[in-house]
Ligand binder design. Structure first.
Ligand code: NOJ
Length: 506
């Protein structure tokens, strides 16, 4: 039956010339940001310290330009301007995250910081005034420092702390927020934060950090999901999901070896978090866990470095998500051939996976080393997870392109990237993927983690030197606005002027 529906869809849509294809009326167009990257106000009005405050203040040299998020774009004070920009763009939705330590200064739910709650109430209410749907992430990397001191995501108590926090959040904002995302990018939280030194808390426990974190993160997600399902959904009527970074990892050649290598790499990148929640079997992905178990034995560990879930835990986690949030930026071609492999610490995730990767030099390069414009990568990634996990509801919760700080407002490379990505979104919808929204990263320039302010992802440029953190639309903002307005991608659209206005009715 699905095959028939698919082929009807394919025939009817491919009949249209590419530039006449339309996005469905109920498709949500938005932009995304995250608390630490935009808010500033790092110690304002009772906010507690988080792991990014601690790391940037005590180890400033780990950030490329020695900067931090103390002020960032100062959205704490500029939130009305943020919403004005959303109105200028004509957004349907806006994805942002809550700073856990702004709401619960110590992370624990014994003490709620009222001004923190009020800030988010103001932000949300301002959006709703103009019909902009808030999509709220509970955790985008800024763990309260107190919880990190107690072990953070490596502690078996983490799932409990997270549920307690989630309950405070649902209770405070759930009357108005209907789209909840528990975690943003588990891989970046667990591998980069605990298994290496590329994100706070730079724990660098390469052998077990990522695996312990993965288990507790997934359990924490499931606890928050079930709390919502049981105690909030009936009265609030919203949905709760998770956002995983799903870049595309395809085989370099058609050999069986490369196909297997690509599968193992996908398990290492996103399968660790997606498989327990979205697969029918539950638990961590098989090929990767077998490899970790085998390596652990050879390395003299008394048990596998990757913990297991009990049968009850598997059952509790399986299916615990109303949608699959996808952050997607790029692609890599994966090979089992030795010549593509590079050195990784032993033991570590990538040593366990033991595969190589390649990106063709002709793929256009952004200002970020890891971000190249890869053909068809949204289609490849989303059709893959759709088939694998039985066509879940998907939102693209991030997609975007970086430029250098001095590259100005005429960002034609970003426009090329967005147009290609959004055409690929249409291909993906036509292929039968249940994709209902797209959030561009980012509404505005912000603190790009270890890269500080040296990589800019904004549709709006931010002048971080100015006291008001002045925001100015780039050319891409005008192009995105026109795509949202017309629900089509006109490859030749040129903004008639560089003045932003707010459309009637928005
Ligand atoms: C994904 C992360 O969620 C976001 O915080 C980051 O800024 C973008 N990728 C760009 O690197």
């Amino acid at each position: 039956m699905r095959a028939i529906i698919l082929s009807v869809l394919l025939v009817s849509c491919y009949a249209l010339p590419k530039h006449e294809r339309k996005f469905p009326d109920d498709f949500l167009f938005g932009t995304a940001t995250a608390s630490y990257q935009i808010e500033g106000g790092w110690n304002a009005d009772g906010k507690g310290e988080n792991i990014w405050d601690r790391m940037t203040h005590t180890r400033p040299e780990v950030i490329r330009d020695l900067s931090n998020g103390d002020e960032a774009a100062d959205s704490y004070n500029n939130y009305k301007r943020d919403v004005e920009m959303m109105r200028e763009l004509g957004l349907d939705a806006y994805r942002f995250s809550l700073s856990w330590a702004r709401i619960l200064p110590n992370g624990i739910a014994n003490e709620v910081n009222k001004p923190g709650v009020e800030f988010y109430n103001n932000y949300i209410n301002e959006m709703l005034k103009y019909n902009i749907t808030p999509m709220v992430t509970l955790y985008h990397w800024d763990l309260p420092q107190k919880l990190q001191d107690l072990g953070g995501f490596t502690s078996p108590l983490f799932p409990e702390w997270f549920e307690d926090y989630a309950r405070v959040v649902f209770d405070s904002f759930g009357d108005r927020v209907k789209h909840w995302i528990t975690f943003n990018e588990p891989r970046e939280i667990c591998y980069e934060g605990y298994g290496s030194t590329t994100k706070a808390p730079i724990l660098n426990a390469t052998d077990v950090g990522i695996y312990l974190c993965a288990k507790h993160l997934v359990l924490g997600h499931a606890r928050a999901y079930h709390a919502y399902d049981k105690d909030f959904r009936a009265s609030q009527g919203g949905t709760c999901g998770i956002t995983i970074s799903v870049n595309w990892f395809g085989p370099l050649t058609d050999s069986d070896e490369d196909h297997l290598a690509a599968e193992i790499r996908r398990q290492a990148e996103w399968g660790l978090y997606a498989e327990p929640i979205f697969s029918e079997e539950g638990g961590f992905p098989k090929e990767l866990s077998d490899k970790v178990a085998q390596n652990s034995k050879e390395q003299g560990y008394p048990r596998s470095r990757m913990p297991e879930f009990t049968e009850d835990e598997k059952e509790f986690i399986r299916g615990a998500s109303d949608f699959f949030g996808v952050n997607h930026y790029t692609a890599y071609l994966i090979s089992g051939d030795e010549q593509y492999k590079t050195w990784y610490p032993k033991p570590s995730l990538y040593d366990d996976a033991d595969v190589g990767s390649y990106t063709p030099p002709e793929w256009p390069q952004s200002a970020s080393v890891w971000l190249k414009q890869a053909p068809n990568s949204i289609y490849n990634a989303l059709t893959h997870i759709s088939e694998k996990y039985n066509y879940p509801l998907i939102y693209i919760t991030e997609n975007g392109w970086s430029s250098h700080p001095d590259s100005g407002l005429e960002d034609d490379d970003r426009i090329t990237y967005y147009r290609a990505a959004l055409n690929n979104v249409l291909d993906t919808i036509e292929a039968g993927v249940n994709l209902k929204g797209y959030m561009a990263w980012s509404l505005m320039d912000n603190f790009e983690w270890m890269e500080g302010f040296l990589e800019r992802f904004g549709l709006y440029h931010v002048d971080f030197e100015s006291a008001e953190k002045v925001r100015t639309p780039r050319k891409s903002a005008f192009v995105y606005k026109e795509i949202i307005r017309s629900r089509m991608i006109d490859p030749n659209y040129e903004p008639p002027s560089r003045t932003m206005w707010i459309d009637e009715g928005h």
